[in-house]
Design a binder for this molecule. Sequence first.
Ligand SMILES: Cc1ncc(COP(=O)(O)O)c(C=O)c1O
Length: 431
Amino acid sequence: MTDPEERLALHHVSLTAPVLNLAVAENVLLYDSLKEKVFKNPEIGPEDIRYKRSYGTDELRQHIARLLKKTMSPVVEADDVYATAGVSGALECLAFALEQGKALKPGDRVLLPAPSWQGFKWCFEQRPGLQCVFAPLPVTGDNAFQLTLKALQDAYDKAKPHPKLLVLTNPNNPLGANYSKELLESIYTWALTKTEMHIISDEMYAHSQIAKSKPGFHSAFTLDACKQHQDRVHVVWGLAKDFGLSGFRTGFVLSRSALVRKAMRGGKGLKEMSWFSPLDSLKNVVVGKLFRTGEDKDAWYPEQLMRNVYPERLTKSYEAVKKALSKAGIPFLSNNADNAAQFFFLDLHKYLDKVPEEEGDDTWLRVFPEIDDREERLRAYLETEAQVQLLPGQTLFCPAPGYFRLCFTAYDQDKVVQAVDRIGAALNKLG
Ligand SMILES: Cc1ncc(COP(=O)(O)O)c(C=O)c1O
């Protein structure tokens, strides 16, 4: 099994002591609210058991456009929205749609900054047959872990043949950073006018904004650079992170490109792309109920959640965990501003050589034999010593070892704060 988050989940089953898994990107902050308003007695009527259109009913597509218009980008229309089974499915559908429209072909390269979410490799490589190449971010100096136009240009120039697709995650997983409008304008202008690349903006953490997130969030569709090139810019978003519905596997392709829309709708002997990873009827019941709640009122429930309830809870958890990290002296990347998304990226590189190797010790359980041995040893040390699971940065293509992703929304605030205290104590023991 290659998926690091799944590998850790499986590994957890074999552990004898309880370990808090903060490696996986999940969000429990809205469950109580959703339980009260949506999950109680969702009724399944006779119409609900029938096939539904795989890329979403008109009603659902209108609801998604209505929300995103208000919270992400005023230009999104229902016709731009195509539902899939998860954002992974949306990314894969986009790759296939671009291949079907001859904008890409198997073997073409996809340019991504490193670190990046590990799943992009499967979405683009496994079935569409594309090849991911990375622009490593600097790990030291004034620009440490900051995306720059130059880092992307260097990696683009180095890759021969040049990449045909650029993928940016905004806000970023694992760095938790929103990209500034200036940076995005410069990158999009370059990619859209000086290269042939299409761009996918993965905005699945768009609503995961701390009250003081700096810089603020800017969706790709709102950029000036995109106005003349709408056919080459595609956005993905879903319910896994912002709404905390990871197990529901509900994602959306947002695209105004004629060739993507054509492929997503099907026709002329071809099935619509989502037919293979559909939004099924059961999800339609629950997700439909979520988006119908309060739809006739000013306080439309999904909008209230995304605009008020979620940012407030996220900020509260973020502040509490940040305070605990600072108190325990655990360094994390912040670029002197408050992060967005659901992560702290811990900088534990100074502990890499401190975990003692016991003599004759080559039998310890390596969950990640492919990463730097010292990073894996530190992960295993924190698992046993602090009973906390963190995701090693090298599983996210981090260019240097010693960085770990902590998802602070995976459990409620008190549990995460206690886990941070335990990490602090375990690191202190290393000296
Ligand atoms: C940046 C990013 N894109 C896509 C996904 C996959 O989303 P889904 O679970 O909806 O397939 C994830 C999940 O962690 C992610 O972090």
